[in-house]
Design a protein around this ligand. Structure first.
Ligand SMILES: Cc1cc2nc3c(=O)[nH]c(=O)nc-3n(C[C@H](O)[C@H](O)[C@H](O)COP(=O)(O)O)c2cc1C
Ligand code: SF4
Length: 462
């Protein structure tokens, strides 16, 4: 079930509709020539609340990882009071295996800028901060140039298009310094305010008290790009793609950019209907398993989400995936595929190293637990651990995160789910790498005072 036509990749040649070698940056003139900014022009003639309603009806779910309904989030804003209100655009994209927002920045930055302008009009926001990860030097330059063009042509700055409705939006770029935690929405707000990216306690949520203490919407790059076709073609059209929930949860509608990496023949970003089975995504889009090897597992959508096991290759890539396949969720829908030669202990150790490096250190269970888990996994990999360490690892992992209620943000949940799901879905592989646990048993060898007791060693817990 690929999408029947390219939507977000309309101008970015992508298989099966186009050849990636034909990609180039779409500047302002070409964007306009191909219908760009027409939706903004129309949106500005419409009542902002009707735009919020359209996005709400589309049931667009955030594309940054949490899948929160976008239109619903917009309704949490208090009414305008004449003071500043912000949009923070999340282009941190530091989740390992995730590289879908980069595609939009690389080739069609004006699609994102049009989504930003429409969102600002719909939600009555006057200042947008485009937060982009430090490592995206090239992408930052492209987006910066597009922002300059958009100012010159009157998209931003209260001239041109916006003048007619007496509405001024400013858009600034803010470059990150390379910390994963700045992708967490309140860590991002701290960074934009010039501080280190320490997530804030919620509530209050950013829609009520965000940047500089003012109402702020935080949305992902792909979410904002999706606003343009939704406003252009309507909620019913958007909902004709994707799938309803099979477990009574909100649906998974529309197309989604899915970045496939790992042991496949053609890694890359593909645009598919939500709900496509992972096997189909790999076989029909990513060219199949590399060297014809067998599928062993896949990170569901960014390492935080945990792993799909060897028997879950047919998992549908939609927002129900968490409850149906024992992972945390769909995340960014960018799976990393592992073949049957992969050492899953090494995978878990490598992921744990990432999270222990990236913990911001505010919460003890995350700061300390992350280091413990990493050290335990190193010992397991080196063959220096016992079976008891596997239980300890499970216990440690399961105790950190927002879900068990011990941390401020979801970074610890990501570490928790990644390690626990790998450990439990590949238990035999871990068990084969550890020594059985031994408990000393002391038995009397005849004397009541036990002086000549012999120490009998028995294996337990194997
Ligand atoms: C540790 C952590 C890292 C995150 N990194 C990103 C990121 O790189 N990009 C992103 O859009 N959302 C990221 N998120 C999710 C954001 O907190 C937030 O939910 C999202 O930006 C909201 O936008 P959306 O509703 O459009 O998805 C992260 C969350 C956590 C807990
Ligand atoms: S969970 Fe970890 S990363 Fe998040 S605030 Fe706490 S210490 Fe920082």
């Amino acid at each position: 079930m690929p999408v029947t036509e390219p939507v977000l990749t309309r101008r970015i040649p992508t298989a099966p509709w186009g050849d990636p070698r034909d990609r180039r940056i779409i500047g302002y003139d070409e964007y306009v020539r191909t219908g760009g900014y027409e939706t903004l022009r129309r949106a500005l003639t419409m009542d902002p609340s009707s735009l919020v309603q359209t996005v709400k009806e589309s049931e667009l779910r955030g594309r940054g990882g949490a899948g929160f309904p976008c239109g619903l989030k917009w309704t949490f804003l208090p009414p305008p009071d004449g003071n500043r209100r912000y949009l923070a655009i999340n282009c941190d994209e530091a989740e390992p295996g995730t590289f879908k927002d980069r595609l939009l920045c690389d080739y069609d930055p004006h699609l994102v800028l049009e989504g930003i302008a429409i969102t600002c009009w719909a939600c009555r926001l006057d200042t947008a901060y485009f937060f982009i990860r430090g490592e995206y030097h090239h992408q930052a330059k492209i987006v910066e140039r597009a922002i300059r063009e958009a100012y010159e042509k009157g998209v931003f700055g209260g001239r041109g298009l916006m003048q007619a409705c007496d509405f001024k939006v400013d858009c600034h770029m803010h470059r990150g310094a390379g910390a994963y935690i700045c992708g967490e929405e309140t860590g991002l707000l701290e960074a934009v305010e010039g501080r280190r990216g320490w997530p804030r306690l919620k509530p209050p949520f950013p829609a009520v008290k965000g940047l500089f203490g003012r109402p702020t919407i935080v949305n992902n790059v792909e979410t904002l790009a999706a606003v343009v076709p939704i406003v252009d073609r309507g909620a019913a059209w958007w909902k004709s793609m994707g799938t309803a929930s099979s477990i009574g949860a909100p649906g998974s509608y529309g197309p989604k950019l899915m970045g496939v990496s790992g042991h496949v023949n053609r890694p890359g970003v593909y645009e598919c209907d939500l709900g496509i089975p992972l096997r189909k995504l790999v076989d029909e889009f990513a060219g199949g398993m590399r060297a014809g090897r067998r599928f062993k597992g896949a990170i569901a959508g960014g390492v935080s989400m945990g792993i799909l096991g060897p028997d879950q290759f047919d998992a549908e890539m939609d927002f129900d995936i968490g409850r149906r396949y024992d992972v945390m969720g769909l995340g960014t829908a960018c799976p990393t595929i592992f073949d049957d030669q992969t050492d899953m202990v090494a995978v878990a150790r490598n992921i744990s190293r990432f999270f222990s490096n990236e913990s911001c250190g505010q919460c003890t269970p995350c700061r300390e637990g992350a280091q413990w888990m990493y050290r335990l996994l190193c010992r397991i990999e080196e063959g220096d651990a016992t079976t008891k360490d596997l239980d300890l690892l499970n216990e440690l992992a399961g105790s950190m995160g927002i879900i068990p209620g011990t941390t401020i943000c979801g970074l610890a949940d990501g570490h928790n789910w990644a390690v626990r799901t790998i450990l439990n879905k590949y238990w035999a592989e871990f068990a084969g790498r550890v020594k059985p646990s031994y408990h000393g048993l002391t038995v009397s060898a005849g004397r009541a005072d036990g002086v000549s007791s012999a120490r009998i060693v028995g294996a337990t817990g194997a």
